[in-house]
Design a protein around this ligand. Structure first.
Ligand code: SAH
Length: 332
């Protein structure tokens, strides 16, 4: 019998070790180069607002194929060469296979398994669809008893939670008022990461930007999903064959970051954030230099990222910064 978070961590480690995840799902940087370019320019403006620290860490957590960072660095080099010269590129990635893919497009990068080993200096961190891959726990309300979901022989089983466990986690909500059978999710790894990052931002200047999918307000429900070859699959199916993710609980992460002393910006719908940062203007400029079919594809890609019924509303942007930092671009 294995707790869901342990199972999810094992399943995703097996998945990322053996698969090119981008055959199974498409992420924003793979949809449009403008996504990474805009995030690079966001980082450049933040760097200037921080007083142009040199050296500064530019970190990406979960860089996938390295596309976002390659696009970001290209835009940074053009728009702000001084930032390009000052930045030290560090990547948080556990998959040896993806580290190799990233190394081919991001020469000079330094890899880490987590935040703890990053050098102590000012930092700007970007992460797209990273938090959703971190393992969750699921609790179930059964009358007055709290149960937790484990996996046994390929099926979910419920086990009573020890009295010593903290109460049902639900940021801003009363779990006891939920209907019987309600599922509450808790992402300990994501909270630990955000808390550690927030602590760092109180001792070193900086900011970090997370883009991911999930509701702005914590809500009960089972959001565990598996994607295999672009289609929903059974999360408890063959281990390592599908990508497992869950909704990011932005309210819980924002609360954890505030408690640890960081300033919190957002969450904002991704469409609002990218539009404010000039997604359509930049795409328009790029499209004008292209043949009509390519230009139309670029505009369609931008719409897919920003329109509310596509990725514009379910996806959110959440940023943390040092408590004394000004408003961040796109959030003001
Ligand atoms: N940001 C990329 C990839 C998203 S897929 C994009 O937008 O295309 C998730 C990424 O996070 C992969 O690179 C995966 O290997 C990495 N990852 C997943 N769990 C991780 C963990 N616990 N620690 C570090 N990296 C992890």
């Amino acid at each position: 019998m294995e707790r869901l978070d342990a199972f999810m961590a094992r399943a995703n480690a097996a998945y990322y070790a053996t698969h090119d995840p981008f055959r199974d799902f498409t992420t924003a940087p793979e949809i449009s180069q403008v996504f990474g370019e805009i995030l690079g320019l966001w980082a450049a403006v933040v760097w200037q607002d921080l007083g142009a620290p040199d050296p500064v860490l530019l970190v990406e957590a979960g860089p996938g194929r390295g596309t976002l960072m390659a696009d970001a660095l290209r835009a940074i080099r053009r728009a702000m060469p001084a930032f390009h010269a000052a930045l030290r590129l560090h990547l948080i990635e556990t998959s040896p296979r993806l580290r190799e893919v990233q190394g081919a497009v991001l020469p000079g990068a330094v890899w880490h398994d987590g935040l703890a080993t990053l050098p102590q200096m000012p930092l700007i961190l970007l992460a797209n669809e990273f938090l959703d891959a971190l393992p969750i726990r699921q609790f179930v309300r059964r009358g007055d008893t709290r149960m937790e979901r484990y996996i046994e022989d390929g099926r979910f089983v419920e086990v009573a939670v020890c009295e010593s466990e903290p109460p049902f986690p639900l940021a801003g909500g009363e779990a006891s008022s939920l209907p019987d059978g309600s599922i509450l999710e808790h992402n300990e790894s994501a909270r630990a990461l955000v808390t550690a990052l927030a602590h760092r931002l109180t001792t070193h200047q900086g900011a970090s930007l997370f883009l991911d999918y999930g509701p702005a307000v914590s809500a009960p429900g089972d959001s565990l999903q598996a994607l295999r070859a672009g289609k929903p699959a059974d999360p408890l199916g063959p281990l390592g064959e599908a990508d497992l993710t869950a909704h990011v609980d932005f309210a819980a992460l924002a609360a954890a970051a505030r408690t640890a002393g960081a300033a919190v910006h957002g969450p904002l719908p991704q469409g609002v954030f990218l539009t404010r940062l000039g997604l359509f203007q930049r795409t328009g400029v790029l499209a004008r230099a292209q043949a009509p079919t390519r230009a139309a594809a670029l505009m369609a890609a931008a719409s897919r990222l920003a329109e509310p019924d596509r990725m514009g509303r379910l996806f959110k942007a959440l940023a943390l910064s040092s408590p004394q930092a000004n408003a961040l671009p796109g959030f003001a």
